[in-house]
Design a protein around this ligand. Structure first.
Ligand code: ADP
Ligand code: MG
Length: 594
């Protein structure tokens, strides 16, 4: 209920357009309904009933002119009704789309994962279009349907009460038939949208991963996967369409039967001298207007059930509260209740206190009871097999995810207590996959700190060992980067991402496997440049290569989500067999000195 209310709220600004559309629709339909009456007068009184059996030309001219005026008025009203209805529902859909997009931008990683990217795109595009269609259909159809059936019936019965049997039989028949179709089709719409989600996910994955698909010659497999998704969508769509395609022919049969009945009754009345041909003609027109109104009702219901399925899906987006929110009173309470003694605030410390974590919707724990204190200005390395939880551990510091148990402290304060902006100013992450945008190299680095000067950008690039290759690009810092950074090598992308992070000048820098594509020499130069920096930041380095981490102040060995050992390279080589194995496999026996 709340979701419906909140979706209707977006209509508030445009209600007057809806009212205008409805008013013009009343005019249009009135003109339609007025016309058969005039026609009856022209036929009965003008053509047949003129004095002395000859047509009453004056009356025909007068009534004919009236009819033309009414038709013109109806036509103009119809155009204006369409205009206002379109304005109203386009604006409404536009606002809804913007609101959904804004909400998605604030989703946490976990929330984006649960919806899936494909589904989010389908929702913001297709589902909103469905809602828009319904609003449009409703605005243009509701008044017409109501007036055609109620006023039309009244007009018909005021011509002659003997037509009532036809009305009493035809209207319920149409209602029952429409209800049957609606009941059968409406559950299919949710299925249809879900299948569309799936197909969009497949497209999205393949467009993003086109290079992998090509490299592994997986085109046929992926084509098959897409065709399956598409076929399944088409099958459901066909089922819906076949059901809906029954509507019009059956309606037409009912309408024609009703017209035959009207003619039959009319003929009887005419034979008895109680009715004239013009009246019968008008009755036929009214009858088809009434039944057309009912048909419109069927169409409204059909878009309604689609619209409901879609508005549920948009409602899900709109009512999803961002789980990762600025710290507030509740977070503070949690903190004081726990037995954690706050540390003295030293800029750049990170502490894990009994942290466990599992991904939303996944039972298995990725991290178990992590306790770790990272000192200010320290370089701490995390090593371990792929999948052991290194990236996950790092992602808890800037609150990409929240710990399931325990707490993460930055500068002695629970991360959940910080306003998000303050926390993310303190903590910068260079992600495992360096995301570049399709703009210049300079702008890609400047994302780190909007408004940074050209010198600052260059200085960050120099430290990140990126300046040399950037200067060799055709336009230097103004060289455009292709979408996803595809015009640069992996190592170049990584260095631009590092420069971006350095420009931010935050206290804590997390580098998640972000030097994996650099050669050892460049990496060593980067490390030297970082260590030579004035204000030393706390660095957390995640790496696969021992060579990348052996000079860190301390190294944490992570194994299946727990910290196995912590110490310097030399200490760990002596005391930790797992670490020694990794060293030996990478550096050869006696890796300590190699
Ligand atoms: N978004 C996610 N949803 C569910 N499981 C995930 C997600 N990201 C990672 N995992 C799982 O968590 C475990 C640890 O992943 P990760 O921290 O990325 O490992 P590492 O960085 O050490 O290679 C892996 O088993 C991985 O499959
Ligand atoms: Mg990782």
């Amino acid at each position: 209920m709340r979701e419906k209310q909140s979706m209707l709220n977006y209509m508030k600004r445009y209600w007057w357009m809806g009212i205008a559309a409805a008013l013009f629709m009343v005019l249009e339909v009135s003109a339609d309904l007025y016309q058969p009456g005039v026609m009856a007068v022209i036929v009965d009184d003008g053509i047949l009933g003129g004095t002395g059996g000859s047509p009453d030309i004056a009356l025909i001219r007068r009534e004919g002119l009236k009819m033309i005026l009414v038709v013109a008025l109806g036509g103009i009203s119809g155009v204006l009704c369409g205009l206002f209805a379109n304005l109203c529902c386009q604006n409404y859909a536009n606002d809804l789309r913007k609101a959904s997009f804004r909400r998605i931008m604030h989703f946490s990683f976990a929330q984006t994962d649960t919806f899936s990217t494909g589904s989010l795109i389908t929702r913001v595009t297709n589902d909103i279009t469905q809602i828009q269609n319904f609003v449009m259909q409703f605005m243009r159809g509701a008044v017409r349907c109501l007036m055609y059936s109620v006023v039309g019936s009244w007009c018909l019965l005021s011509l002659d009460l003997s037509f009532r049997t036809v009305v009493w039989i035809a209207i319920p028949m149409i209602l029952v038939f429409t209800a049957l179709i609606i009941i059968r089709t409406s559950p299919m719409f949710a299925v249809l949208q879900a299948k569309l989600d799936h197909m969009n996910s497949v497209i999205e994955e393949n467009v993003n991963g086109i290079r992998v698909v090509r490299a592994f010659v997986q085109e046929n497999r992926e084509k098959k996967r897409f065709e399956d998704a598409n076929q399944s969508l088409v099958d459901t769509q066909m089922k819906v369409l076949v059901l809906i395609s029954w509507l019009r022919p059956v309606m037409n049969i009912i309408i024609n039967l009703a017209i035959v009945a009207i003619l039959w009754i009319g003929a009887g009345r005419a034979r008895a001298g109680a009715m004239q041909p013009g009246t019968i003609m008008a009755a036929v027109t009214y009858m088809s207007q009434i039944l057309n109104g009912m048909m419109m009702l069927a169409m409204i219901f059909q878009t309604l059930s689609r619209g409901i399925a879609s508005s549920r899906r948009i409602g899900e987006i709109l009512k999803t509260e961002p789980v990762i929110q600025d710290g507030g009173a509740k977070a503070q309470e949690q903190q004081t209740n726990s037995s954690v003694v706050p540390e003295p605030p030293v800029a750049g410390t990170v502490s894990f206190r009994g942290v466990s974590f599992s991904y939303p919707g996944v039972r298995a724990r990725v991290l178990h009871d992590i306790n770790l204190d990272i000192r200010a200005g320290e370089t701490l390395a995390i090593v371990g097999a792929t999948g052991c939880g290194k990236s996950t551990l790092a992602s808890l510091i800037p609150r990409f995810y929240d710990a399931t148990e325990g707490s993460v402290l930055v500068d002695g304060r629970d991360v959940r207590q910080y306003p998000l902006k303050e926390l993310r100013d303190k903590v910068t992450v260079v992600l495992q996959k360096s995301e570049l945008f399709s703009t210049t190299i300079r702008d890609n680095i400047a994302i780190g700190r909007p408004g940074a000067s050209a010198e600052e950008i260059r200085a960050a690039a120099v430290t990140a060992q990126a300046d040399d290759f950037i200067m060799q690009q055709p336009d230097g810092y103004d060289t455009a980067v292709a979408e996803g950074g595809m015009s640069l090598s992996g190592g170049q992308r990584q260095r631009i991402a590092i420069a971006r992070a350095l420009l931010r000048r935050s206290e804590i820098l997390i580098m998640d496997d972000s030097t994996s594509a650099l050669d050892l020499e460049t990496e060593a130069a980067l490390n030297r440049a970082l260590s030579a920096q004035h204000d030393r930041m706390t660095r957390i380095i995640i790496a696969q290569r021992i060579a990348s981490v052996r000079h860190a102040d301390r190294i944490a060995v992570l194994d299946k989500g727990t910290i196995l050992a912590l110490g310097t390279h030399d200490q760990l080589y002596e005391s930790c067999p797992v670490y020694r194995d990794i060293c030996d496999s990478q550096l050869g026996q006696g890796g300590m000195t190699a």
